[in-house]
Ligand binder design. Structure first.
Ligand code: FES
Length: 121
């Protein structure tokens, strides 16, 4: 059974992208009804790029670690490129994840997609 990597543990214990982004131009939440975990993502888009982003989480260690690395992955990227990030990409960025926890990485992806969809650009 795959265990959490040092990178995942570091991001859970000391996430650097948490909080509310005051100057965001969109925000959205995604939740998992099975476990009741929720992630909210704040984004600031400019010229079709993700200029900045942050997240808040009420959830498990995997939700925190995957959201934190996801925010790093989308910052500075073209929106279209950021929208193509998959659960596998997130897992790879963490050095792998236990298969049982892979579903947690769907929350930041879903919240980001909703935020982009609601953003008036
Ligand atoms: Fe619910 Fe991880 S167990 S998001």
């Amino acid at each position: 059974m795959k265990m959490f990597t040092e990178e995942a543990i570091k991001r859970f214990r000391d996430p650097k992208n948490t909080g509310e982004l005051k100057s965001c131009n969109a925000a959205a939440s995604a939740g998992d009804p099975e476990c009741s975990d929720v992630i909210k993502i704040f984004i600031r888009l400019k010229d079709d790029k993700v200029e900045d982003a942050k997240f808040q989480v009420f959830g498990c260690p995997s939700a925190t670690a995957t959201a934190d690395v996801f925010i790093d992955m989308i910052k500075g990227k073209a929106v279209a490129e950021a929208l193509r990030i998959t659960q596998k990409d997130i897992s790879d960025a963490l050095g792998g994840m236990p298969i049982e926890q892979l579903h947690c990485s769907s929350l930041p992806i879903e919240a980001f997609r909703k935020a982009v969809g609601s953003c008036k650009r």
